[in-house]
Design a protein around this ligand. Sequence first.
Ligand code: LIP
Length: 254
Amino acid sequence: MDRYDLCRALARDAGKLAHRAFGTSVVSMKGRHDVVTEMDREVERFIRSAIAARFPGDAIIGEEDGGSNGERLWLIDPIDGTANYARGLPRYCVSIGFVERGVPTLGAIYDPSNDWLYSAAKGQGAWLDGQRMAVSPIADIGAATVECGWSMRRPSQAYVDLLARCMNAGAAIRRSGSGALGLADVAAGRAEAYAELHINAWDCAAGLVLVTEAGGFVNDFFAGEGVRDGNPLIATNAVLAGKLAEIVGIPTIS
Ligand code: LIP
């Protein structure tokens, strides 16, 4: 079993484990509007042990138990959209990304509520189960839907200003509570863009591969200390990239 096969199989198996406690797992708070459940921790342990058993030399960083960087690095969000998961809202996923020497090369996102497996490997396209995915061709920001991810990691006013810039440009706005599924929607052409002022590497590593392999554009998220500290993120098609970068305030397009 190679790393891509493992990534996909693990995302699905971990998602089925998570779904057993959907809406019922014991909840605690890591901070304001920052939810964690007992199942987050159990799922991350499940994923970590499977990776360590097959690829013991690889590094692993997970949302709940951290970890250290390495040339071959797995980035795990055991439950992305935890606030939705905890309340029984069917908009959450397991996200597993793999980064080799700073380049994201594998990704799998499993949505248990729909039994949808999104996957991509560098140079092998992006897939929703057996269907090839492609980003939306819409080139007019005034006809675009932009999902604006949100967390308390940036000031509320900065988020309000982001929304205002998107809406003043004519875009429709969405915020669904799962950054990984928001990126999967861009890869599937269900939204024209995903933007967030700050997102963590484990939330987006898999989705970055999905979007690029679906013909889309992402900023250089892993620049600087992106793995350790996170970064701003835009994911869209090539035509809207410049406009999105201006709206979000990402200084350069890589
Ligand atoms: C996620 C955040 C992300 C946000 C998502 C989700 P989770 O956290 O880290 O920035 O846009 O909506 O809330 O669900 O993995 O704790």
